[in-house]
Design a protein around this ligand. Structure first.
Ligand SMILES: [Zn+2]
Length: 410
C-alpha cells in the first residue's frame, strides 16, 4: 500500500464539494489535492462521478458472514441467535484465509478501505488472526486486528460453555503473551479488545487496557447490547457496565464502545466526558432484534460515532450510516437527528481514527484511500453528503484506491 500516482476526480468531497480535483499520491500518502484542474493531466487516472474518502468498517466478525440467510427462520431472541452462531465458529487456518478473502473482497467492492476485525477465535492460537491479516493483504484492504480477551461465561464468574472454550486464553496474562507474537505491517495494525463485561473480569480488564495503552493500540469493547447484560452487571457489581468500565479506568478517547444501546443518562455523560467513540452496527442490530441506542444523546455528550457491519448480514457502510439515523427516527418519532455530513464522517474519518489509521479525509498527509461512486441510473446531481448517504449504496462504487494502489476498477 505504498503506491504513487495521480488521479483526477470529476467531483470530490474535500469537506466541501469540489470539481476537477487532482490528487497527487506518493508512497501511499496524499501529497497534494488541487481543485479546478482542467483538463485532466495526461498522466492522471480519470475518475468519473463522485470521489470521497474510503469507508471504515469499524466492527466485523468475518466468520459470521456464513450465517447470512441461514438463520432467518425459527424465531428466538439474541441469546438463541448466539447459540446458533457458535456452531459457525470452528475453522482451520486455510479455510479461514479463503473465507476472509471472500468477505474482504466484498468489503473493498463496497468501498471499504479499512476493516476492524473483532477477533476472538483462538482455537489455533494466532493462526486464524494471521489468516485474516494475510487475507486482507491479498485483497488490498487495510485491517486492524482487534484481538479480544475472552475469559468467562458471565458476570457471576460462571465458566465458559463448551462452544466458548476455544475463545479463551485462560487468563489475561496469557492473552497478552499471545498478543506479543502478532506483528503489525504496512496494511495491518493491531488493537486490543475486552470482549465485554460479561466475558472479562475487572482485574483482567485493567490488564488489557494497560497493554493497549502502553503500545498506543486502539481499545474496543462490546457494551450494553442487551438488557440482560446490564441487569446482571448491576446485580453482581452494583453498577452498570459503563460505570464498571469507568471504575476500572477503561474509559478514554482511545476506547470504542460497540453497540452502547442500553444506557442510563449517567452512562451517556460518562462516555461523553471521556470522549469514547461509539460504533453503531444498525443492520446487525436490526437482525438480532437489538433495541435502538441513544446515539443522538451520545453525540451531543461528546462521543464520536462510527459504523460497522458486525455480523456481515449486509456489507454496506452507506446503509449503516443512514441506518444510524433512520432507526432512531422510528424509535423517537423525530427526523434528522444527525446531519448527513456527520453520518459521512461516521463512515469515514471517525471510523479510521477508531481503527488507528490516519485516513478518512482527502487532504495532504493522509493515507491515499478513496473511493468513487457513480449511479448507473438517475439524473446527474451535484455531490452532497445528503444525496450520497440517502441515495447511494455500496453497489454504486466503481473505483477503489487503498494506499495509492487501485484495488477495484469497474
Ligand atoms: Zn460484535
Amino acid at each position: 500500500m505504498l503506491g504513487s500516482g495521480r488521479w483526477h476526480a470529476e467531483q470530490a468531497w474535500l469537506g466541501h464539494r469540489s470539481e476537477n480535483v487532482l490528487i497527487d499520491v506518493t508512497s501511499g500518502r496524499i501529497e497534494a489535492v488541487t481543485a479546478g484542474v482542467t483538463p485532466a493531466p495526461h498522466d492522471a487516472v480519470v475518475l468519473k462521478g463522485w470521489t470521497v474518502p474510503g469507508f471504515a468498517n469499524v466492527h466485523s466478525h468475518a466468520f459470521q458472514r456464513l450465517l447470512r440467510g441461514e438463520i432467518e427462520s425459527g424465531g428466538g431472541d439474541f441469546w438463541e441467535w448466539r447459540d446458533r452462531m457458535y456452531s459457525f465458529a470452528e475453522w482451520d487456518p486455510a479455510d479461514y484465509f479463503n473465507h476472509g478473502r471472500l468477505v474482504f473482497r466484498e468489503m473493498v467492492e463496497a468501498g471499504i478501505t479499512a476493516v476492524g476485525e473483532f477477533h476472538y477465535l483462538h482455537g489455533h492460537g494466532n493462526e486464524l488472526g494471521e489468516a485474516l491479516i494475510d487475507a486482507a493483504r491479498e485483497e488490498g484492504i487495510r485491517i486492524t486486528l482487534i484481538d479480544a480477551c475472552y475469559l468467562r461465561g458471565g458476570l457471576d464468574g460462571r465458566p465458559l460453555g463448551p462452544e466458548q472454550m476455544s475463545f479463551s486464553d485462560g487468563d489475561a496474562d496469557s492473552w497478552a503473551r499471545r498478543m506479543d507474537q502478532l506483528h503489525e505491517s504496512d496494511g495491518a495494525r493491531l488493537a486490543a479488545a475486552i470482549h465485554s463485561v460479561r466475558a472479562v473480569d475487572p482485574e483482567s480488564m485493567r490488564i488489557v487496557a494497560t497493554y493497549a495503552r502502553e503500545r498506543h493500540f486502539p481499545l474496543h469493547v462490546h457494551l450494553a447490547e442487551q438488557q440482560a447484560e446490564v441487569d446482571e452487571c448491576i446485580s453482581v457489581e452494583g453498577c452498570t457496565p459503563t460505570e464498571l468500565l469507568e471504575r476500572e479506568g477503561v474509559l478514554g478517547p482511545d476506547l470504542t464502545a460497540v453497540h452502547a444501546i442500553h444506557l442510563t443518562d449517567h452512562d451517556i455523560s460518562l462516555l461523553g466526558a471521556n470522549e469514547v467513540s461509539i460504533c453503531a452496527c444498525s443492520t446487525t442490530e436490526r437482525d438480532l432484534a437489538d433495541r435502538v441506542g441513544p446515539l443522538h444523546a451520545l453525540a451531543a455528550a461528546g462521543c464520536a460515532l462510527n459504523v460497522g457491519s458486525d455480523s456481515n448480514a449486509l456489507i454496506d457502510m452507506l446503509e449503516e450510516a443512514r441506518g444510524l439515523e433512520l432507526d432512531q427516527r422510528r424509535a423517537t418519532g423525530r427526523r434528522v437527528l444527525h446531519q448527513p455530513e456527520d453520518l459521512l464522517r461516521a463512515a469515514t474519518v471517525n471510523g479510521m481514527r477508531a481503527l488507528g489509521w490516519e485516513s478518512g479525509e482527502l487532504k495532504p498527509g493522509m493515507l491515499a484511500d478513496f473511493v468513487t461512486l457513480e449511479q448507473p441510473r438517475g439524473p446527474w446531481r451535484e455531490l452532497s453528503p445528503s444525496y450520497l448517504v440517502y441515495g447511494f449504496s455500496g453497489r454504486d462504487v466503481t473505483n477503489v484506491v487503498v494506499g495509492g494502489e487501485t484495488v477495484v476498477r469497474r
